[in-house]
Design a protein around this ligand. Structure first.
Ligand code: MIC
Ligand code: SF4
Length: 638
């Protein structure tokens, strides 16, 4: 058996482990972060569970850090109080990015982790089955419910050989993205094996599993081995180690070989993590901004390499260079060993240990800028500057380019031998343990508005095609983030006014004027984030169904959880027949849901378009009763 199937089998609650079938698994740990957390905890409160039912649940505050006005601080206070009063640990602002801190302090090989953030698979770097989901699914898991998912196909990604100098874990995952594209992982788990695994440290493995999210994969996983053991021991958590790997001769559904020795430094070009080119082809392009950080590349090891490259040198005066350490542990260790002084000495701007520029929360580059980032996403306008070109690269490429001021290939670079520490500096005083807090009163700021209500599915749905979109529409298109909007993550009516504004500024007003309607899209609709807001904002605007060529996993679940139908064209060529402004209707909607087949009547064109609903029996019930919360509350499916 392969490792993925072993992990699933050990947690299986219901269903057959046949790829494509719906299964349910027990969840051992959950994580939330603040930008999806407020909604998740409102939903958790609505479920009415007194104390969390998982082995460990942690609420991180790492995304909405800018306290410009009271809104974010109010949300932080809500999250802290609601978490502590329900037996959930809190990682306070300043402690670091959820995925980095979870790996350091809480993750355990062999356990399942469900997180309200799409990069939760970072935990696969230590052999966890770690999956990103919408806040509602995480809320339900905190209440003890299993997590439902489609049994994935398992891809064996065999790593052969060893990386050359200047080539990194980031280049490994960029290579996988180049081969498979941003939808190539949908319905799959990427399981890494091969002789190359032993040369990769835990942070390197975590870079790879983290960015597996960009493949659309359910998750990615590495074995838990001596390297994992040494990492956990260095974190003072040796007792959490268990060895885990695939059996010899294990079977897989697919096989991909990556020759580490033949890899070269790579970059993802604007505006997709799948638009990969060798750095050598981009070399010489003038750079305006470079940002090191994010949950992909902000570990101790990453920043030590950056410090070694910058030591004693001057960052090109034309470049704005920022560093956001992944955690306070990382920052403290760099401060103690002098590497921070090397980074500062070269002219870097050191930001707080948080997501920061990765979610467009500050450091938007100037107009038409070229920005090199060690992050995982370069979706259109995610940086907050629509005209900027963002390239995703490794910390090594970022640091050498910072010195030259142009994109520079770090191949062959000689670095001092930077070892994983034998002991990490452990200081958990920004982690609040619920047992230490009695009688906590939940503080609800004025910005927290109720989430939109869903209703049982009506007999028929009708309205206009409100917008027609192309392929690969990201959640950053559907529900933009950034400093200006993040503070409103608990205020859906406010956010709804920006829904799809990255595609068409008039969309929210049009949707309101028409009292809702339909969205038509191409393939891979909703790739990217787990933000439920990308379903809740359309719900608020009265969107009844999204008709697309295909969907990304988490977003599709979010739509169904909130009672919006995600329908696919039975024949993708029918996409061409629909236009904005068409008047469409679905009659016998409940029966159509039950048989998963729909007829979209295009009234103004006298056309019928066959559509399909790809989902399991449980989701059928959920859609009939109007979403996941209504079903959890015992809503009558009929
Ligand atoms: C992201 O990287 O897009 C985010 C911001 O972390 C999101 C969560 C969110 O939108 O709050 C994610 O990855 O799920
Ligand atoms: Fe934060 Fe960026 Fe990671 Fe999302 S991808 S969790 S915004 S650092």
């Amino acid at each position: 058996m392969n490792l993925t199937r072993k992990l699933i089998k050990a947690h299986l609650v219901s269903g057959e482990m046949t790829p494509g079938e719906e299964i349910a698994i027990r969840i051992d740990q959950t994580l939330t972060q603040d930008s999806t957390g407020t909604m998740a905890y409102l939903q958790f409160e609505a479920i009415g569970t007194d104390k969390v039912k998982t082995e460990r649940s942690v609420a991180y505050i790492d995304h909405n850090m800018l306290q410009s006005g009271q809104l974010n601080a109010d949300d932080h206070a809500y999250i802290q109080s609601v978490a502590l009063s329900h037996g959930i640990y809190v990682s306070k602002p300043g402690n670091g990015i959820c995925h980095q801190v979870h790996l350091e302090r809480f993750g355990r090989p062999g356990k399942t982790l469900l997180g309200s953030d799409s990069h939760t698979p970072t935990g696969g770097g230590i052999g966890m089955l770690a999956i990103g989901a919408g806040g509602l699914d995480v809320a339900l898991a905190m209440g003890g419910a299993p997590f439902y998912l489609v049994m994935p196909r398992v891809v064996n990604v065999e790593l052969r050989g060893r990386l050359k100098a200047g080539v990194t874990a980031k280049d490994v995952i960029l290579k996988v993205l180049e081969k498979l594209t941003t939808s190539g992982g949908v319905g799959k788990v990427m399981e890494y094996t091969g002789d190359g695994v032993k040369y990769l440290t835990v942070p390197e493995r975590a870079t790879i599993t983290n960015m597996g999210a960009e493949l659309g994969a359910t998750t990615s996983v590495f074995p838990s081995d001596e390297t994992t053991k040494a990492f956990l021991e260095a974190q003072g958590r040796g007792a959490d180690y268990v060895p885990l790997s695939a059996d010899d001769g294990a079977e897989y559904d697919e096989h991909l070989v990556i020759d580490l020795d033949s890899l070269v430094p790579l970059a993802a070009c604007p505006h997709s993590p799948g638009n990969v080119k060798p750095v050598s082809e981009l070399a010489g392009k003038k750079v305006d901004q470079i940002c090191v950080g994010s949950c992909t590349n902000s570990s101790y090891l990453d920043l030590m390499k950056v410090a070694a490259i910058l030591k004693g040198k001057r960052i090109n005066p034309e470049v704005s260079f920022t560093v956001s350490p992944g955690s306070r542990q990382v920052l403290t260790m760099l401060a103690k060993n002098g590497a921070l002084a090397d980074i500062l000495g070269a002219g870097a701007r050191v930001l707080e240990c948080a997501c920061g520029p990765c979610i467009g929360n500050g450091q938007s580059p100037k107009a038409n800028a070229v920005s090199l980032r060690t992050f995982n996403r370069n979706f259109y306008n995610r940086s907050g500057t629509p005209t900027a070109d963002v390239y995703l690269v490794s910390p090594e490429t970022a640091a050498v380019s910072a010195l030259t001021g142009v994109i520079t290939d770090p191949s062959g670079i000689e670095l001092p031998d930077i070892k994983m520490p034998e002991k990490f500096l452990v200081n958990d005083n920004l982690i609040l343990r619920p047992e230490e807090f009695k009688d906590v009163k939940v503080v609800r700021g004025e910005n927290i508005k109720p989430f939109p209500k869903t209703h049982p599915l009506p007999d028929s749905l009708s309205g206009e095609v409100l917008i027609k979109l192309g392929d690969d529409i990201t959640t950053d298109h559907i529900m933009p983030s950034g400093a200006a909007l993040l503070a409103y993550r608990s205020n859906i009516p406010y956010l709804a006014d920006y829904c799809l504004s990255n595609c068409d500024k008039e969309f929210p007003a049009r949707a309101k004027a028409k009292h809702g309607g339909f969205i038509v899209a191409g393939s891979n609709y909703g790739q990217g984030s787990s933000r439920e807001h990308a379903a809740l904002a359309p719900l608020q605007l009265g969107v009844k169904a999204v008709v697309a060529k295909s969907f990304a996993r988490i977003h599709k679940d979010n739509l169904m959880n909130n009672g919006i139908l995600p329908l696919v064209f039975a024949d993708p060529v029918d996409y061409d027949k629909l236009e904005e402004g068409d008047t469409v209707a679905i009659f016998d909607a409940p029966d159509s849901v039950r048989c998963r087949k729909f007829n979209l009547v295009v009234e103004n064109k006298n056309l019928n378009i066959p559509l399909r609903l790809e989902c399991g029996e449980r989701q059928i019930k959920m859609l009939l009763c109007g979403g996941s919360l209504r079903m959890a509350a015992g809503g009558d499916p009929e």
